[in-house]
Design a protein around this ligand. Structure first.
Ligand code: ZN
Length: 430
């Protein structure tokens, strides 16, 4: 196996030891320095000395997004303010943003995490990374850039949007790697095709993240941009930012940095750990985070642990692709539905594209679902009637709901630089 500069080669036992050590450090640190955590521990009847090993993790109380909002503007703060060198915030769709503070050591940990991701993607220091995700309060752009500089490749920090500049830089500087959301990669791919620039750009890889994507969507932007490979990067503002793990070249799951944080998978209803390998909500505990440590933080991301060792040889453990968020779930006529289920059904329908939108409406006290799906680029209108009927039947059969399917022209659904909104819930607008 090749030598790694950033990814430590740790045995299962060494990872275990680091987790025990990091957990004890974190528990002591928050007890001493965070009034929030100390109160939570006291309510749960826990003293730092009670946490001796990983088995004791289960006794600790959960932390949630609501706790972060309640602690606005500097939630979970566990260091004196003179040690805080930066804040970032996540784009709260409702109410207050979640603001997270960083010490210099936190920033350093983060850049190493992302450098590991670049390394896992097979990049070299000669690569050029065009970064077209958001800068500013968001962690996305800064994360891609910090990691890139730490790794030693060339960052081309464009930010989202600015399509003319994106295309110009892609052709002039010939970046080899694209850092983007899946939606932005798709949008750029379509623009490259429209402008006939496929032969004039030099992209080989895309590192994308921040939203659920389907294999079909991924194949589509890989093809449009002429990529050799693409990699799903995971991460969230609460846990430094993007760079918390990557699906490696073997594409057998997402390696995560288990020496820096612990993942538990729990049943989102009962909050009990699920049996190994079963799907549930990902809960994370940081092991060396100083300014805003996380203890059993409920991410709402749904995934499962993957057993065994990856064929790439990297010993860091793996989770499965994040299938969606537990709060993305919609309840339609009493049935729990995840948008990802629709994406899955589109996988083997070549006459349809990966792009869809679900609209929920209410009329006369009843809920209705309209599903708009783009026609595949190669298909013509003659397939619409059959494809719509076929998809409606599949949804009835697999998701157990009745929907009205409309096939719309390729490229007609809204495109976005960030995350595509798949569900429009108009049920309360009756
Ligand atoms: Zn691997």
């Amino acid at each position: 196996m090749q030598q790694h500069r950033f990814i430590p080669e740790l045995s299962e036992e060494q990872i275990f030891d680091r987790q025990v050590e990091g957990l004890r450090w974190t528990v002591n640190h928050v007890w001493e320095n965070s009034p929030f955590y100390r109160q939570r521990f006291q309510e749960a009847g826990i003293q730092p000395g009670d946490v001796k090993g990983l088995d004791d993790l289960r006794r600790l109380p959960f932390t949630t997004a609501e706790d972060l909002k309640a602690g606005y503007p500097l939630p979970l703060l566990s260091v004196p303010e003179d040690q805080v060198v930066r804040i970032h915030a996540s784009s709260g769709t409702t109410g207050k943003r979640k603001v997270l503070a960083y010490t210099q050591r936190d920033v350093d940990t983060w850049k190493d995490m992302f450098a590991r991701c670049y390394e896992l993607s097979g990049m070299t220091t000669l690569d050029r990374v065009q970064i077209c995700v958001g800068y500013g309060l968001w962690t996305a752009g800064v994360g891609f850039q910090l990691g890139c500089e730490r790794f030693g490749a060339m960052a081309v920090p464009v930010g989202p949007g600015l399509l003319d500049i994106q295309l110009q830089l892609l052709t002039d500087l010939k970046p080899t790697v694209l850092g983007a959301t899946a939606s932005m990669a798709l949008l750029l791919g379509e623009e490259v095709q429209k402008a006939g620039l496929q032969d004039k750009i030099g992209l080989k890889k895309c590192i994308f993240g921040a939203e659920a994507h389907s294999p079909k969507m991924r194949r589509k932007f890989e093809e449009a941009l002429g990529l050799e490979d693409s990699f799903d990067v995971i991460g969230m503002t609460e846990l430094y930012g993007p760079g918390a793990g990557l699906d490696c070249m073997a594409h057998e799951g997402t390696h995560y940095w288990a020496d820096l944080y612990i993942i538990e998978i729990v049943d989102p209803e009962t909050l009990e750990p699920v049996p190994d390998g079963q799907a549930g909500e990902m809960v994370v505990t940081s092991l060396c985070k100083e300014a805003a440590p996380l203890i059993r933080y409920r991410t709402r991301d749904m995934t499962r642990m993957l057993p065994g060792v990856c064929s790439c040889g990297v010993t860091m453990p793996r989770i499965d692709v994040i299938s969606g968020r537990s709060d993305d779930m919609i309840i339609f006529r009493g049935v729990n539905i995840y948008p990802g289920q629709v994406a899955e059904l589109l996988e083997d329908m070549p006459q349809l594209s990966s792009e869809y939108q679900v609209q929920l409406t209410r009329s006369g006290g009843l809920d209705f679902m309209t599903l708009r799906v783009e026609r595949g680029a190669e298909a013509d209108e003659s397939v619409d009637e059959f494809a719509a009927r076929e998809l409606a039947q599949r949804i009835k059969h697999r998701v157990l709901v009745t929907s009205h399917v409309e096939i719309v022209p390729a490229g007609s659904l809204p495109r976005t630089f960030a995350k595509t909104k798949r569900v429009i819930d108009d049920r309360n607008r009756e």
